[in-house]
Ligand binder design. Structure first.
Ligand code: FAD
Length: 462
């Protein structure tokens, strides 16, 4: 029954776990959350947020370097690594504190320690302070333990010269020449970040396009921007070994060898080749949970094969985004508390907006042009470049475009891609249009601010 007092035990305090905890508590549940590392989430607070903070610092540096184009006198700018480290620590601490305060305000009990299943209704928490294990009985169990960087056995990670993404916020030293392996979202963000800090960067791209699976026109704009900024692209090369040379001297070098014989040599290497789920310590078998590659198998309500056990966030093997984890957590709370029996909208992963925080930014939502054509679906595709926008000129940045995919019969907006400054903000308009099934006419007839980059959305909808 809705509002019934239930005991939730949530393992993992990232966006998935904490969103579930606060919503369940608001709906009247008694909630215990177990987190072993950082309240707010390791991937969220130690990867997602600091990466964006470092990109923002690099963006500030780039803006200053381009000061003369804005009618300013030339300014010299230099990265202060210690100040950057302090800035990141401050942001992480602040956000961790905010989440802890929110949980406390909702009456959520937080146990600092590692949790694991011992049965279908039982969990044990091993406190970080070494005190006795705490045995908990739950009506509802939510697993939201996230994921961590994938490290192949040929990568001798040392946290100094050979780095995972987690070692890089910021790294112990600024790379003179960074080799990034992996050209997905995380890899290209690192390329942009360190390039803007002044490091030389080489990107090893296993396919013939950076950002595989993304709009090829968007990827082409980014590739050109990388080349314009002196980034070396090793296209169609699959890294298969990393060698650390002169380990005992001050002048270590890394050598990355690729399967086709090409070699990249630099001072540091960073691996961005995906992630793996944090499920091995959970003892999924104790509750008879089904999983695939370590990801808990869930249905459209994020429910596992066991009726009252759910999984949220990266562990669910759906879209690995903080925004998705948060929404899953909230939906789980609603479902477990019986609210799905009223009007309820399932989470539609195909309508999740996502962004890549490069320069220019790339953001998309909904149906992609290439996917529509591949499936034979008839769509209308309209594209307008930012070079037509007065605001883009005012910003001294006319790169990129807005592309809208719509239904040719009804005009309903099905998807879109934006490449350009503030794309990550602008995509929200298209995300709303896709979710609310608005039409291109709705966009055309919206009175956007002038001058604003958003006007291009209206023009692309015409
Ligand atoms: C470099 C990088 C950049 C990213 N950028 C973005 C972005 O721009 N936008 C975006 O939306 N997403 C981004 N993401 C993805 C996003 O960070 C994750 O999708 C999100 O954090 C997943 O949330 P979660 O709750 O599943 O996991 P997490 O945030 O990792 O939280 C899981 C928590 O569970 C804890 N835990 C694990 N095992 C146990 C256990 N046995 N007991 C107790 N606690 C446990 C962990 O310590 C962790 O704190 C990025 C990820 C990376 C790696």
């Amino acid at each position: 029954m809705p509002g019934e007092k239930k005991h939730f035990v949530i393992i993992g305090g990232g966006p998935g776990g904490t969103a579930c905890a606060t919503h369940a508590a608001r709906l009247g549940a008694d909630v215990t959350l177990i987190e072993k590392d950082i309240v707010g989430g390791a991937a969220h607070l130690l990867d997602c947020i600091p990466s964006k903070a470092m990109i923002a610092t690099g963006g500030a540096m780039s803006a200053m370097k381009e000061a003369t184009a804005m009618g300013l006198a030339k300014v010299d700018v230099e990265l202060d690594f210690d100040a950057l480290r302090d800035r990141i620590t401050h942001i992480e601490d602040h956000l961790e504190q905010s989440v802890s305060t929110l949980l406390a305000s909702q009456g959520v009990r937080v146990i600092e320690g590692a949790g694991r299943l011992t049965g279908t209704h039982t969990v044990v928490a091993e406190p970080n302070d070494g005190s006795d294990p705490i045995e908990l009985t739950a009506d509802i169990i939510v697993l939201s333990t996230g994921s961590r960087p994938r490290v192949p056995d040929w990568a001798p990670i040392d946290g100094v010269h050979v780095l995972t993404t987690r070692d890089a916020y910021p790294p112990p030293e600024l790379p003179d020449h960074l080799i990034v392996i992996g050209s997905g979202v995380t890899g290209v963000e690192f390329v942009h970040m360190f390039n803007s800090f002044g490091s030389k960067v080489t990107l090893v791209v296993s396919r013939n396009q950076v950002l595989p699976g993304k709009d090829p026109e968007a990827a082409a704009v980014l590739e050109q921007s990388f080349l314009d900024h002196g980034v070396k692209l090793l296209m169609g090369a699959r890294a298969e070994s990393i060698e650390l040379v002169d380990e005992d001297t001050d002048a270590e070098r890394v050598i990355v060898r690729c399967d086709d014989g090409r070699v990249a040599e630099g001072s540091h290497v960073l691996l961005a080749i995906g992630s793996i789920p944090n499920s091995e310590g959970l003892d999924l078998e104790a509750a008879g949970l089904e999983s695939e590659w370590g990801y808990v198998t869930v249905d459209h309500n994020c429910k596992s094969n066991v009726d009252h056990i759910y999984a949220a966030g990266d562990l669910s093997g759906k879209l690995p985004l903080s925004s998705v984890a948060t929404t899953q957590g909230r939906k789980i709370a609603q479902h477990a508390m019986g609210l799905h029996q009223g009007p309820h909208r399932h989470l539609d992963y195909d309508k999740a907006a996502s962004a890549i925080f490069t320069d220019p930014e790339i953001a998309d939502v909904g149906l992609a042009e290439a996917d529509a054509f591949a499936s034979g679906r008839k769509v209308r595709v309209t594209k307008v470049p930012f070079s037509l926008s007065a605001k883009a000129m005012i910003n001294n940045d006319s790169r990129g475009f807005v592309k809208i995919v719509s239904d040719p019969n009804t005009g309903v907006v099905l998807g879109g891609t934006i490449v350009g400054r503030h794309a990550a903000e602008l995509i929200s308009v298209l995300a709303l249009a896709v979710t609310a099934r608005l039409t291109v006419t709705d966009l055309v007839e919206s009175l956007f601010v002038h001058p604003a980059l958003a006007e291009v959305l209206g023009e692309a909808a015409e």
